[in-house]
Design a protein around this ligand. Structure first.
Ligand code: PLP
Length: 392
């Protein structure tokens, strides 16, 4: 059977490849520990599970959730309360919020709703692997904007060639950043708004790690003056409430872009199961403490990984955000070679930086979303089976 040409550009999804690798190794009887994927193993808050169970038992929720196309009003109001409380951002639930099946859906629908075929779309490199396929599906071409260590992994907006910036119609980026863990500053966000205004570029600020920061303020793109004139922020209940499998998030900000996403969405699916939206309200309204506790847990895990890396010769300053560590590879290895080596020697799987873009070469990404005991075991294996490394 023939399939669409647009799929030819799209490489196999990184995490599918990694999952297959892990499965194969396990089939061979190897006790693999995965530090590759950012998918919390810790449970969703009990009260959220209870809210789902209660709402799932109500037949009114068994029907299409299409009465309110942009997501339940009550859910959108809860999003507005959460943004107000956590970020000091005021949102109008009627015009500035649409519920999503996770922020990944938002990345895709943003492209279909905002970008035309043949457009140039800026995307950070390294970057989240979901962005480029969304851009290709819209018939547009991604233009990689380097994110380098010497700039704190922030894109240098003034270095984007002006002919490219003039042609570009949109820009995907996310801070706290996957994969580097870098965080943005208020100064950077203001610069981003000014850049977007001067070139008429729509910003897709993907912010699912907004809650996971260490020692710096939680920051929403929408808190920058003028942000709502130039873009939207995608957010998600996946990471702050350990709800990756539930598939619920939101796009907030510019009413025209929110409307465009909603239009694509209402012609693609029929919304989010109402019971999940009720559970989402519970999470957004009552689980700030839970999120703060999870950040504390990640902090402890980070310290453990850092101690092991130091022991093995790394001199590494951890980033200020996300539950990832973006760790330089030792001298003599590419990122893929070092991942292979870790798998062979320690049966530990990490994500190779090169899979996130050319500027990801030279790094591996470790995720802290693994049970304490398994993390400790992985670190113990690394301490026992790896030599002390040298770095360029
Ligand atoms: N955007 C980034 C930067 C991510 O890292 C992820 C998940 O890892 C997503 C979006 C998808 O999140 P969601 O579960 O909300 O679809």
């Amino acid at each position: 059977m023939h399939t669409a040409q647009r799929l030819e550009k799209v490489p196999p999804y990184l995490f599918m490849t990694l999952r297959n690798k892990i499965k194969e190794a396990r089939k061979r009887g190897i006790d693999v520990i995965s530090l590759a994927i950012g998918d919390p193993v810790d449970p969703t808050p009990e009260r959220v599970v209870a809210a789902l169970a209660k709402a799932a038992a109500d037949p009114l929720n068994h029907r299409y959730p299409t009465d309110e196309e942009w997501g339940m009003t009550a859910f959108r109001e809860a999003v507005a309360r959460w943004y107000g409380r956590r970020y000091g951002v005021k949102l109008d639930p009627a015009k500035e919020i649409v519920a999503l099946i996770g922020s990944k859906e938002g990345c895709h629908h943003f492209a279909l709703g905002v970008v035309n075929s043949g457009d140039t779309v800026l995307v950070t490199d390294p970057g989240y692997p979901g962005y480029k396929p969304s851009i290709w599906f819209a018939g547009a071409e991604p233009y990689p904007v380097p994110m380098l260590a010497e700039n704190g992994f922030l894109p240098m907006l003034s270095e984007i060639p002006s002919d490219v910036a003039r042609k570009a119609t949109a820009f995907y980026l996310n801070y706290p950043n996957n994969p580097t863990g870098a965080v943005a500053t208020r100064g950077f966000l203001s610069e981003l708004v000014a850049f977007a205004k001067s070139y008429d570029i729509a910003i897709c600020y993907d912010n699912p790690y907004s809650e996971v920061v260490f020692g710096v303020e939680r920051l929403s793109f929408l808190s920058a003056a003028g942000a709502k004139d130039v873009g939207v922020e995608l957010n998600s209940l996946s990471k702050p409430f350990n709800m990756t499998g539930w598939r619920i998030g939101m796009a907030c900000g510019n009413p025209d872009i929110v409307g465009a996403i909603a239009k694509v969405k209402s012609n693609t699916d029929s919304g989010i199961f109402n019971a999940i939206q009720y559970a989402g309200i519970e999470a957004l309204d009552h689980c700030d403490d839970f999120t703060d506790k999870m950040v504390g847990i990640y902090r402890v895990r980070r310290e453990k990984v850092l101690a092991a890396l130091m022991h093995l010769g790394w001199r590494y300053v951890p980033p200020k955000g996300t539950f990832y560590l973006w760790v330089p590879v030792p001298k003599g290895y590419t990122s893929s070679e070092f991942c292979e080596y870790l798998l062979e020697r320690c049966a530990v799987v990490c994500a190779p930086g090169a899979a996130y873009g050319v500027n990801g070469e030279g790094y591996i990404r470790l995720s802290l979303t693994v049970e304490e005991k398994r993390l400790e075991e992985a670190l113990q294996r690394m301490r026992e089976k790896l030599p002390k490394f040298e770095f360029a």
